[in-house]
Design a protein around this ligand. Structure first.
Ligand code: FE
Length: 196
Protein backbone atom coordinates (compact mmCIF):
# COMPACT_ATOMS: atom_id res chain seq x y z
CA UNK A 1 0.00 0.00 0.00
CA UNK A 2 1.23 3.47 -0.86
CA UNK A 3 1.63 5.09 2.52
CA UNK A 4 3.36 8.19 1.20
CA UNK A 5 0.39 9.55 -0.68
CA UNK A 6 -2.22 11.18 1.57
CA UNK A 7 -5.81 10.03 1.24
CA UNK A 8 -8.78 12.29 0.48
CA UNK A 9 -9.74 12.32 4.16
CA UNK A 10 -6.21 13.31 5.23
CA UNK A 11 -6.01 16.14 2.70
CA UNK A 12 -9.46 17.49 3.59
CA UNK A 13 -8.78 17.15 7.33
CA UNK A 14 -5.67 19.28 6.87
CA UNK A 15 -7.68 21.98 5.10
CA UNK A 16 -10.20 22.08 7.96
CA UNK A 17 -7.42 22.27 10.55
CA UNK A 18 -5.38 24.99 8.83
CA UNK A 19 -6.95 27.71 6.65
CA UNK A 20 -10.45 26.51 7.50
CA UNK A 21 -9.93 27.07 11.21
CA UNK A 22 -8.26 30.44 10.72
CA UNK A 23 -10.66 32.19 8.32
CA UNK A 24 -13.96 33.76 9.35
CA UNK A 25 -14.97 35.62 6.15
CA UNK A 26 -17.36 38.02 7.83
CA UNK A 27 -19.21 35.43 9.96
CA UNK A 28 -19.07 34.84 13.74
CA UNK A 29 -17.79 31.28 13.26
CA UNK A 30 -14.66 30.04 11.48
CA UNK A 31 -15.08 28.50 8.05
CA UNK A 32 -14.21 25.09 9.49
CA UNK A 33 -16.85 25.43 12.24
CA UNK A 34 -19.34 26.71 9.65
CA UNK A 35 -18.85 23.71 7.37
CA UNK A 36 -18.89 21.25 10.29
CA UNK A 37 -22.17 22.77 11.51
CA UNK A 38 -23.63 22.50 7.99
CA UNK A 39 -22.62 18.84 7.82
CA UNK A 40 -24.18 18.20 11.22
CA UNK A 41 -27.45 19.88 10.19
CA UNK A 42 -27.60 17.69 7.07
CA UNK A 43 -26.94 14.61 9.16
CA UNK A 44 -29.62 15.58 11.69
CA UNK A 45 -32.08 16.05 8.82
CA UNK A 46 -31.45 12.44 7.75
CA UNK A 47 -29.82 13.41 4.45
CA UNK A 48 -28.08 10.81 2.27
CA UNK A 49 -24.32 10.46 2.87
CA UNK A 50 -23.51 12.27 -0.39
CA UNK A 51 -25.62 15.25 0.67
CA UNK A 52 -24.08 15.29 4.16
CA UNK A 53 -20.67 15.39 2.45
CA UNK A 54 -21.81 18.20 0.14
CA UNK A 55 -22.99 20.26 3.12
CA UNK A 56 -19.75 19.56 4.99
CA UNK A 57 -17.57 20.49 2.02
CA UNK A 58 -19.63 23.25 0.39
CA UNK A 59 -17.16 26.08 1.06
CA UNK A 60 -13.82 24.33 0.42
CA UNK A 61 -13.56 26.40 -2.77
CA UNK A 62 -12.60 29.41 -0.63
CA UNK A 63 -9.27 27.64 -0.11
CA UNK A 64 -8.65 25.54 -3.21
CA UNK A 65 -8.56 27.83 -6.22
CA UNK A 66 -6.74 30.85 -7.52
CA UNK A 67 -9.13 33.25 -5.79
CA UNK A 68 -9.78 33.02 -2.07
CA UNK A 69 -12.62 33.89 0.25
CA UNK A 70 -10.74 37.09 1.04
CA UNK A 71 -10.99 38.12 -2.62
CA UNK A 72 -14.75 37.56 -2.36
CA UNK A 73 -15.00 39.71 0.78
CA UNK A 74 -13.01 42.43 -1.04
CA UNK A 75 -15.54 42.47 -3.87
CA UNK A 76 -14.26 39.99 -6.49
CA UNK A 77 -16.39 36.89 -7.05
CA UNK A 78 -14.07 33.95 -6.31
CA UNK A 79 -16.42 31.43 -7.96
CA UNK A 80 -15.99 29.28 -4.86
CA UNK A 81 -18.78 26.88 -5.80
CA UNK A 82 -17.05 26.02 -9.07
CA UNK A 83 -13.57 26.03 -7.51
CA UNK A 84 -14.66 23.71 -4.71
CA UNK A 85 -16.53 21.31 -6.99
CA UNK A 86 -13.59 21.11 -9.40
CA UNK A 87 -11.24 20.23 -6.52
CA UNK A 88 -13.61 17.64 -5.07
CA UNK A 89 -14.13 15.77 -8.35
CA UNK A 90 -10.75 14.08 -7.77
CA UNK A 91 -12.46 11.99 -5.07
CA UNK A 92 -16.26 12.37 -5.28
CA UNK A 93 -19.09 11.96 -7.76
CA UNK A 94 -21.72 14.48 -8.86
CA UNK A 95 -24.10 13.82 -5.94
CA UNK A 96 -21.41 15.46 -3.78
CA UNK A 97 -19.84 17.93 -6.19
CA UNK A 98 -22.92 19.35 -7.95
CA UNK A 99 -24.67 20.71 -4.84
CA UNK A 100 -21.30 22.25 -3.88
CA UNK A 101 -20.96 23.81 -7.33
CA UNK A 102 -24.53 25.14 -7.25
CA UNK A 103 -24.81 26.39 -3.65
CA UNK A 104 -24.13 30.03 -4.59
CA UNK A 105 -26.57 29.77 -7.50
CA UNK A 106 -29.09 28.36 -4.99
CA UNK A 107 -28.77 31.50 -2.86
CA UNK A 108 -29.36 33.70 -5.91
CA UNK A 109 -32.31 31.44 -6.86
CA UNK A 110 -33.94 31.46 -3.42
CA UNK A 111 -33.56 35.24 -3.21
CA UNK A 112 -35.51 35.51 -6.46
CA UNK A 113 -38.30 33.01 -5.80
CA UNK A 114 -38.85 32.89 -2.03
CA UNK A 115 -40.31 35.93 -0.31
CA UNK A 116 -38.48 36.64 2.95
CA UNK A 117 -35.46 34.47 2.14
CA UNK A 118 -33.11 37.40 1.55
CA UNK A 119 -34.11 39.06 4.82
CA UNK A 120 -32.93 35.97 6.74
CA UNK A 121 -29.42 35.99 5.24
CA UNK A 122 -26.43 37.08 7.31
CA UNK A 123 -24.98 40.53 6.54
CA UNK A 124 -21.90 38.89 4.95
CA UNK A 125 -24.15 36.75 2.73
CA UNK A 126 -26.15 39.78 1.63
CA UNK A 127 -22.90 41.58 0.80
CA UNK A 128 -21.54 38.66 -1.25
CA UNK A 129 -24.91 38.25 -3.00
CA UNK A 130 -24.21 41.57 -4.71
CA UNK A 131 -20.72 40.45 -5.73
CA UNK A 132 -22.14 37.15 -7.04
CA UNK A 133 -24.72 38.74 -9.34
CA UNK A 134 -27.73 39.42 -7.08
CA UNK A 135 -31.07 37.56 -7.24
CA UNK A 136 -31.50 35.45 -10.40
CA UNK A 137 -33.21 36.81 -13.48
CA UNK A 138 -36.09 34.87 -15.06
CA UNK A 139 -33.86 33.12 -17.63
CA UNK A 140 -31.40 32.09 -14.91
CA UNK A 141 -34.26 30.71 -12.78
CA UNK A 142 -35.41 28.52 -15.69
CA UNK A 143 -31.89 27.23 -16.25
CA UNK A 144 -31.30 26.53 -12.54
CA UNK A 145 -34.59 24.66 -12.14
CA UNK A 146 -33.63 22.42 -15.09
CA UNK A 147 -30.64 21.03 -13.18
CA UNK A 148 -31.28 17.61 -11.59
CA UNK A 149 -29.20 18.86 -8.64
CA UNK A 150 -31.15 22.09 -8.03
CA UNK A 151 -33.16 20.64 -5.12
CA UNK A 152 -30.06 19.25 -3.40
CA UNK A 153 -28.27 22.56 -3.89
CA UNK A 154 -31.14 24.41 -2.20
CA UNK A 155 -31.03 21.97 0.73
CA UNK A 156 -27.29 22.55 1.14
CA UNK A 157 -27.92 26.30 0.91
CA UNK A 158 -30.43 26.26 3.76
CA UNK A 159 -28.03 24.32 6.01
CA UNK A 160 -25.30 26.74 4.92
CA UNK A 161 -27.45 29.69 6.03
CA UNK A 162 -28.20 28.11 9.43
CA UNK A 163 -24.62 27.02 10.12
CA UNK A 164 -23.35 30.34 11.42
CA UNK A 165 -24.33 30.04 15.07
CA UNK A 166 -21.45 30.65 17.49
CA UNK A 167 -23.51 28.95 20.23
CA UNK A 168 -24.25 25.77 18.27
CA UNK A 169 -22.26 22.61 18.91
CA UNK A 170 -19.50 21.86 16.40
CA UNK A 171 -18.70 18.17 15.82
CA UNK A 172 -15.02 17.38 15.28
CA UNK A 173 -13.92 16.72 11.71
CA UNK A 174 -13.16 13.11 12.70
CA UNK A 175 -16.90 12.56 13.15
CA UNK A 176 -17.30 12.75 9.37
CA UNK A 177 -14.10 10.93 8.39
CA UNK A 178 -15.70 7.45 7.95
CA UNK A 179 -18.49 8.89 5.77
CA UNK A 180 -16.03 10.80 3.58
CA UNK A 181 -13.67 7.82 3.38
CA UNK A 182 -16.45 5.50 2.24
CA UNK A 183 -17.65 7.93 -0.43
CA UNK A 184 -14.13 8.54 -1.74
CA UNK A 185 -13.48 4.80 -1.81
CA UNK A 186 -16.62 4.21 -3.82
CA UNK A 187 -15.35 6.75 -6.36
CA UNK A 188 -12.01 4.97 -6.74
CA UNK A 189 -9.77 6.38 -3.99
CA UNK A 190 -9.02 2.87 -2.84
CA UNK A 191 -5.28 2.40 -2.81
CA UNK A 192 -2.01 3.07 -4.57
CA UNK A 193 -3.38 2.27 -8.01
CA UNK A 194 -6.92 3.40 -7.42
CA UNK A 195 -6.09 6.77 -5.92
CA UNK A 196 -6.64 9.69 -8.16
FE1 FE B 1 -21.17 28.54 3.45
Amino acid sequence: MDTTRPSAVEIIARLFASEGAADYLGEPVSQAAHMLQAGALAEQAGAAPELVAAALLHDVGHFTGTRTGHDLMRGTDNQHGEQGAAWLTQWFGPLVTEPVRLHVAAKRYLCAVEPGYLSRLSPASVYTLGVQGGPMRADEITEFEASPHAGAACQVRRWDDQAKDPAAPVPPFEHFAPLLGALAERSGDTGPNGRR
